[in-house]
Structures are given as structure tokens and as C-alpha cells.
Design a protein around this ligand. Sequence first.
Ligand code: PBG
Length: 322
Amino acid sequence: MRIRPRRNRRSPALRELVSEHALTVSDLIWPLFVQEGTGCATPIPAMPGCARYSLDLLCEQAQAAAALGIRAVAVFPALPESAKDPLASAACHPDGLMARALRALKAAVPDLLVIADVAMDPYSSDGHDGIVRDGRILNDETLPILAAMACTQAAAGADIVAPSDMMDGRVAAIRDALDAAGHQEVGICAYCVKYASAFYGPFRTALDSAPRGGDKKSYQMDPANCREVQREVALDEAEGADWLIVKPGLPYLDIVRQVREQSPLPLVVYHVSGEYAMLQAAAAAGWLDYEACLIESLLACKRAGADLIITYGACDAARLLA
Ligand code: PBG
């Protein structure tokens, strides 16, 4: 046979030389959940290996991640029900849980990039990403809340804010508000293409943030669609997004490739809670190898066109790559 593809797979050295994509620790962003208290680490049953940390332990976790070479964390707050209200007011308190977490992280690990999630749901008594009125999610009325939330986070030290709410026009609203408040250098990592996915289930148990009524289908995207991705990308670029996110990850790698081809912006894939939970559950049952499947999943995201990956397995992957 003249043509033998297997010649290029003969030895480890040869395989490494012809390898097309690589996963490195600087591709990884680690999500962290923060809660009130001291010395608290509350495990999240649906996400084995993950916990909600009080500020002191959050900083220890961040330090440990940085020591593994992780360059960025994405912070999500878990508020007690009593702190939630229909307008997500707690999100804009300069001394709220999120603001204190951001300040503590920047003080403890100054070189670690801190990404703050902008969305009402963890702070909302309705569990929605926008204001709810008569069962509808209001778009334009929600924008000032998102803008104020982003400014609070920027003032507390967030390097990047990441709107994950899917309201129309929020990137522009946040950019204008950040600029007006003197935060021109704070970046916006937009959840540009976010599907209404059942794979977010474990995350919602972590924050107790599931919608109290209805679902998120009037603002998050229909999993059946790919053409409207072009509009979302064009809008977020025009509104001033610095990075784009596609979410979830593995079930949407065709979309990752599509966005990669449309936009030159840094592209982030969110390997979400349900994807992580599936790996952990199958591994716990002895049905698959967590470490090998994690690395393969993350490499698949890179191959599809991701520059960066948000994954609950970031520290595990960092240890495996070391
Ligand atoms: C909400 C938000 C969600 C996630 C990140 N931000 C859940 C949702 O939209 O209901 C999910 C992340 C994950 O599943 O890992 N603004």
C-alpha cells in the first residue's frame, strides 16, 4: 500500500510531532462558588469534587489553583433565600457577598484574573435572569440592573465581567455604564450563544437558583437553532464584547466551530455542570475513566475552535497536564 495513514501514528514521538491541537493549563478557567460564613465548604452533591466556599476558603482554593498554573477563575455567589428579592438588589450592594468575594480574591491572589458573572438569577427570588412581571421576563427594565451589577463588580476588582443573562442589548448597556464609571479597562466576556439547556441542572442546585416558575426559553436559545447564532455574534461584537462564550460545550461543538469561523474574538467554551456531572457519575459507577474522559472532552473543545474553556475539572486537568 502506498498510502498508509498509520505510518504517522507509529510511535509516541511521531504522534506528538503531527499532533494538531494541544490543551494547556493557560486554556483553563475554573468556576468557583462562594457563600457566607467562615471555614465553610458545602459540598454540591450533583457536582462531586465541587463545593461552595466561604471567603476564607475561597481564597485558599484560588491560591491552590494559581499554584497549579490556572490563570483565571469565574465566581458565582450562593445567597441565602432571605437575601433574594424580585429586583436582585443584593447584586448591587458594594458590600454584598460577590463584591466582598472579588475584593478578597484580588487581595489574596493579585495575579489571578477574576471573572464575575453578571445575571440576576442567584440574587432573584424568582430565579430568573431578568425582572419578572405577569410571568414575562422584562428585557429593557432589566438592563439597568445588569449595568449596575457590573459596575459594582468592577469597583470591587473584577477584571472581566461576564453577562450570562441573554437579555438583548446588555453588552452595550454594560459597556456604557462601565465606561461612564471609569472602568474602561474592565473587559466584557459575553455569554453570546447560550442555549436553554437541561445540562445546567447541577449548577442550579449549587446556587438554588432554578426558576421558581416557568423556564428560560424566552431568553436562552433554542437547542434546535444555529442560524440565529450569527445574529447573536454580530450583536455582541458590535456592542463591544471582548470575548465570546458558547455554552454548553460538548453537545454544541458544531456551534463552537461556527462561531470560530465568524468571529476573530477570543472564544470561550463553557463545559457546564451537567457535562461534568455525567463524567463524575459514570466514573463513580466504574463505567468510565474520569481523567481520560475529562482531558478528551477539553481537547475536543479546543479542536472545535475554543481558545479557552471554563470547566469544573480545571484543577484536575491542570494536575494531569503538569
Ligand atoms: C445563570 C447561569 C447558569 C449557568 C451559569 N450562569 C444557569 C442558568 O442559566 O440557569 C450554568 C453553568 C453550569 O451549568 O455549569 N445566569
